[in-house]
Design a protein around this ligand. Structure first.
Ligand code: GLY
Length: 339
């Protein structure tokens, strides 16, 4: 990586942003390595160093590293952006540290209801599921909705039934039980403030991934348990195409994280695409304005990750921290706080 790209990453990370074509070295003609890039998040919110024990900090870093490696392996071997996104997210869903799959939050009735979406940027194909119970990896269910059904969005019992019909792994209530999430529910039941900003702060840990593959294709995916103590059937931004998830090869692939109600109202992921395509804005400027200005103005916290066809990555957030990681084979980083 040259000095210019190093300083660009340093500056960008310090401000909760990352935007530059990192480490794309010039190769001899005919010998060019095809570029690929991947970024992932594990949620944005109140993540301060003072509240994090060294063991917890290192647990998160190891988990982000494992997920990143999964995507890197696929992309570096010439695999598709869609495979990288699905497999990377599935690793995070199986990890109890994140609010997705295994570590998901409980709703008001003490149930785990999961949301996920995936989209590819060439044809604009997308699949999404919401409020689905008992499916181990909702991101895989979203992908088979996209590839094996005539629909885009399935919810509840119908989504689960489709997953079982298609041979997806199911998981019992004990797989989804974590003491930390159960205790969060009890605390929030006691306050009786379902859906408040404070309430959302405890629901940290939505996961997402965006990727550019060596064929120049983009894909994005997001998976979450939503908000602790949410009403039965509440759906956030993550599975809503254009709100929490979007991909278009002409602009970028995006995955959002934060207080879903606000991302839904802003149609955040599609708005980023629109500002680039129709507003002639650059990826970094458009993403920064949406998170640091629009979302902040609305009084909400969160962030997004996005990658474009040149492998440029942005990761703006307006909260204390965002679990995040990126790689393009030449530079790679795992970051939690504003650093
Ligand atoms: N952003 C995740 C949710 O609010 O459900």
């Amino acid at each position: 990586m040259n000095l210019k790209s190093t300083s660009c990453i340093g500056f960008a990370l310090a401000f909760g942003m990352l935007s530059c074509s990192v480490g794309q070295k010039k190769e001899a003609p005919g010998n060019e390595a095809r570029r690929w890039a991947i970024a992932l998040h594990g949620g944005a919110g109140t993540i301060s160093r003072s509240q994090m024990t060294p063991a917890r900090d290192s647990g998160y870093r190891t988990s982000l590293d494992l997920a990143l490696k999964t995507g890197e392996d696929i992309l570096s071997r010439g695999g598709s952006a869609l495979d990288a996104v699905e497999q990377t997210i599935a690793v995070l869903e199986d990890n109890p540290l994140f609010n997705a799959g295994r570590g998901a939050v409980f709703n008001r009735e003490g149930k785990v209801q999961l949301d996920a979406a995936i989209m590819e940027g060439e044809k604009g194909m997308a699949g999404a599921v919401a409020a689905v119970e008992g499916i181990r990896n909702p991101i895989r269910l979203a992908r088979i909705v996209m590839e094996r059904s005539p629909h885009v969005f399935l919810c509840g019992a119908g989504a689960r039934e489709f997953g079982i019909e298609q041979g997806l792994d199911t998981a019992s209530a004990s797989w989804f039980y974590t003491r930390e999430r159960w205790e969060q529910l009890q605390r929030q039941r006691a306050t009786g403030k379902s859906g408040s900003l404070e309430n959302h702060a405890e629901s940290l840990g939505t996961v997402g991934c965006v990727a550019l593959d060596q064929q120049g294709l983009l894909a994005a995916g997001t998976s979450t348990g939503g908000m602790t103590n949410k009403r039965e059937g509440r759906i956030g931004d993550s599975p809503v195409i254009g709100a929490g998830t979007w991909a278009d090869n002409r602009t970028c692939a995006v995955s959002c994280t934060g207080h879903g109600e606000y991302f839904l109202r802003l149609a955040m992921a599609h708005e980023l695409h629109s500002r680039i395509l129709h507003g002639n804005q650059g990826l970094e400027k458009a993403a920064g304005a949406l998170i640091l200005e629009e979302l902040s103005k609305a009084g909400a916290q969160g962030g997004l990750i996005a990658v474009d066809g040149k492998g440029r990555i942005v990761m703006p957030f307006n909260s204390e921290g965002m679990f995040r990681a990126f790689s393009n084979g030449k530079s790679r980083k795992i970051v939690i706080y504003r650093e």
